[in-house]
Design a protein around this ligand. Structure first.
Ligand code: HEC
Ligand code: HEC
Ligand code: HEC
Ligand code: HEC
Length: 453
């Protein structure tokens, strides 16, 4: 908690109780469908332009009384969509996601800054574009972020139109000396292992004014590792001129690749992969990739990994699973994906499945019979027509295009035969299987699934 937040210590603790309840409830019941309804879309640069011209928020004045209903919407939205990364109460988590209910941050960030950031996301980071939020939800979230802060008078302010001149070359040296240790060598932030955000990436630079950066570096952010750097009391005794140079340097960065250039001969690094996993995947697939029933599958599962090729994983991440919370992430580079896969495959092996999937094998089955068998044996967990979690299922959406376009017939067959250790997905084939199905039964089910999309 911030040292200078008298009302935030009282307020949120009461609130926190409420939030935990709402959060739990949301996760169990409605939260899931909310996640899916608002599944953020891939970021098109044209959208970013549109977003910048969106009409002003209904919550323009910071001191305006807040409609409790709007606040409720904001709180629910925050807890179901944002808390996984920004943490309950918005405290943030070092090396993962910034605190977004921080007084110093909110004193500098206008409602437009918040709107633009939330709507457009930060490409190349775990902060995806929440473009599907309704106007009400967006206004609600912003109101929610500001509660506990509206009475706080900060002498921090920023002039969005101030242009700060500087020498980019000198700025790079200053950046490398004082900032790179936390913001990453090219200011890509968390993605490059930094403990602070990606201040050299286009998403941040397109919404942050020069003065926003200047004031942040001058005053720091109470309660975080971001300390003041300017003047005798600052961490580095920088001058405003030095910071101007850093800003000029940062402004040269968006043209550069978002993620450090990939050298294809570099072998995959599971440790870097864990970091990328934590930043991009953990919110849903859970720490260690163990998954969460009814929400996201376990992807460090030895049975899954025995059947899923690297290519399967790459394609799944690249194209996502339309209609589920698994969003497409075409922005992740080959190197980053290679590292993530190495991390997934470094999972402790519970038991080794000695099975090879034959990608080219096509099974022949009767889709009509498959429909009936699916309803009898699979639908209870995979949902009507295989729509999975979205329809309240305990398992993933095996009837939607995202899965079916990547999974071969044999992948499906082997999964049904083997099951997945430690999950509700048991083996269904043979005497030891849950349903004593035979191969032909499963072929029928596969043929039925293939008719679905
Ligand atoms: C000791 C680690 C550390 C160092 C060194 C550091 N920062 Fe930060 N910085 C952070 C963290 C952590 C945050 C996010 C704080 C939060 O949770 O809100 C941050 C936030 C920022 C932000 C706001 C970004 C946003 O998304 O709103 C700017 C701008 C920034 N830092 C600039 C700099 C500059 C310029 C330097 C070098 C002069 C620097 N920082 C040095 C850790 C550091
Ligand atoms: C999957 C994790 C994740 C989720 C979910 C998420 N964020 Fe973020 N968010 C991040 C990360 C990481 C950053 C910092 C990105 C960077 O390096 O610039 C960020 C940055 C932000 C910022 C800018 C903070 C600053 O210091 O400038 C705001 C505002 C924000 N998020 C709001 C939201 C809201 C509102 C939601 C819910 C609708 C949300 N986020 C959901 C990960 C997430
Ligand atoms: C008791 C609930 C349950 C039943 C019944 C069930 N499944 Fe599953 N299934 C799951 C769960 C849970 C997972 C995800 C496991 C994980 O976390 O990796 C899964 C995963 C799968 C996968 C892998 C999907 C992917 O995204 O990789 C396939 C294929 C599959 N099931 C097919 C079937 C078929 C066919 C049937 C009917 C014969 C069936 N399942 C019955 C719960 C079930
Ligand atoms: C916003 C939540 C969310 C995030 C973030 C997320 N996933 Fe997923 N992922 C899901 C869901 C939900 C599914 C199951 C979709 C379905 O029903 O078919 C899934 C499925 C998968 C699958 C297929 C698993 C299987 O059983 O076939 C892989 C592989 C995967 N995700 C990898 C990743 C990786 C790698 C990342 C990070 C780069 C990531 N996911 C980020 C929610 C998410």
């Amino acid at each position: 908690m911030q040292k200078d937040s008298p009302d935030q210590t009282k307020g949120p603790s009461l609130l926190a109780l409420l939030l935990v309840g709402v959060f739990a409830l949301c996760l169990i019941t409605g939260g899931l469908s909310l996640v899916n309804k608002h599944a953020p879309k891939a970021i098109a640069s044209k959208d970013r332009h549109v977003i910048r011209t969106v009409a002003a928020s209904p919550l323009k004045g910071r001191t305006a009384p807040v409609d409790p209903e709007l606040l409720k919407i904001g709180e629910t939205t925050y807890n179901s969509l944002c808390a996984a990364c920004h943490q309950e109460g918005g405290t943030g988590k070092a090396g993962f996601a910034p605190g977004i209910r921080n007084h110093d941050f909110l004193a500098l960030a206008s409602n437009d800054y918040l709107r633009n950031t939330i709507r457009a996301g930060r490409p190349g980071t775990a902060m995806v574009a929440w473009s599907a939020l309704s106007e009400k939800e967006l206004a609600g979230v912003i109101a929610y972020l500001r509660i506990g802060n509206e009475g706080y008078v900060s002498d921090l302010s920023q002039d969005p139109d101030r242009e700060i001149a500087g020498a980019a070359g000198k700025g790079q040296v200053t950046f490398e000396t004082y900032c790179a240790s936390c913001h990453g060598p090219n200011a890509e932030g968390y993605a490059a292992g930094g403990s602070g955000p990606g201040i050299g990436l286009a998403g941040f630079l397109s919404v942050a004014s020069d003065d926003f950066i200047m004031q942040t570096v001058k005053h720091g952010r109470a309660g975080t590792a971001m300390l003041p750097f300017v003047g005798a009391k600052g961490l580095a005794n920088l001058t405003e001129g030095d910071v101007g140079d850093v800003i000029a340097y940062l402004r040269t960065l968006p043209g550069k690749p978002k993620i450090a250039e990939v050298k294809t001969d570099v072998s995959p690094d599971p440790e870097a992969g864990k970091m990328h996993f934590d930043a991009n995947c953990m919110a849903c697939h859970q720490p260690g990739g163990i998954g969460k029933p009814g929400f996201a599958p376990s992807i460090r599962n030895s049975d899954f990994l025995a059947l899923a090729s690297d290519d399967f994983i790459r394609k799944t991440v690249k194209i996502g699973r339309l209609g589920t919370a698994m969003l497409p992430r075409p922005d992740l580079s080959d190197k980053v994906m290679g590292d993530i896969i190495a991390y997934l495959r470094s999972a402790p092996t519970i038991h080794t499945a000695n099975i090879k999937v034959d990608q080219s094998k096509k099974v022949a089955g009767d889709s009509k019979q498959g429909h009936d068998k699916f309803q009898a044996y699979c639908m209870s967990c995979h949902g009507d027509k295989g729509t999975g979690y979205v329809s309240g299922g305990a398992g993933p959406a095996i009837g939607l295009a995202g899965f079916l376009s990547v999974a071969s017939d044999d992948f499906i067959y082997q999964t049904v035969k083997l099951g997945r250790v430690g999950t509700a997905m048991k083996s269904f084939i043979g005497a030891k299987g849950l349903a004593n199905l035979n191969d032909q039964d499963v072929y029928d089910i596969i043929s039925y699934l293939r008719t679905l999309n």
